[in-house]
Design a protein around this ligand. Structure first.
Ligand code: AMP
Length: 210
């Protein structure tokens, strides 16, 4: 199955991508994670992306399209994949079509902006292994220390309040039109995602059946 998870930053795409990955045994691909990894490794792509990312802006289409092309060409994508955070603009969706990739389903996870701001403001991630926590909903056992690897948990620069507002604006302007794009193709499923994670997971898996 070839899937796309759509939704605002902080709607829970990453968490649901992992749930689907375990359920269907296909890789979850996050362009955000690939870019952060590139940044950590000091590669050219990472350097190109840094200023955009820190400001909550989208990295230019041609950069992310190249990243996704390379990633989808790998062997583990042969039986399907879940895209988390790509496409984020209409030209990116068109690029996917131009690659001849037929997407089976697009799941749009809907969460109101106020809830998003609250979620992202409390999010902490391990700077070593990438595990995700929340100061209120899912705190690590010891504050500032990752349960999984003992690495330091930090607030992503783009989760700082002012940047979150910018990211939401960018989402509404540039990414939300994709709902229409995929609704017209008849492959959009909308899932309400503001409640418990387990509830959203149940709805997401159900949406994949239909
Ligand atoms: P994420 O982890 O998905 O929230 O992505 C973090 C940041 O990476 C975004 O705010 C963008 O700066 C950049 N990014 C990730 N995916 C894309 C994409 N498909 N198009 C443009 N920028 C992206």
């Amino acid at each position: 199955m070839k899937l796309i998870l759509l939704g605002a930053p902080g709607a829970g795409k990453g968490t649901q991508a992992e749930v689907i990955m375990d359920h269907l045994n296909i890789p979850a691909i996050s362009t955000g994670n690939i870019i952060r990894e590139a940044l950590k490794n000091g590669t050219e792509v990472g350097l190109k992306a840094k200023s955009y990312m820190d400001a909550g802006k989208l990295v230019p289409d041609e950069v992310v399209i190249e990243i996704i092309k390379e990633r989808l060409a790998k062997d583990d994508c042969k039986n399907g994949f879940i895209l988390d955070g790509f496409p984020r603009t209409v030209p990116q969706a068109e690029a996917l079509d131009a690659m001849g990739i037929a997407i089976d389903k697009v799941v749009d996870i809907e969460v109101a902006d106020e809830k998003i701001a609250q979620r992202l403001g409390g999010r902490r991630v391990c700077s070593n292994c990438g595990a995700s926590y929340h100061t209120e909903y899912k705190p690590s056992k010891v504050e500032g220390v990752c349960d999984k690897c003992g690495g330091p948990t930090v607030q992503r620069k783009d989760d700082e309040p002012a940047t979150v507002l910018d990211r939401l604006k960018v989402y509404h302007e540039q990414t939300e039109p994709l709902k229409d794009y995929y609704a017209k193709k008849g492959i959009l499923a909308v899932v309400y995602g503001a409640e418990e994670v387990s509830e959203t997971s149940a709805r997401t898996l159900k949406a994949l059946e239909g």
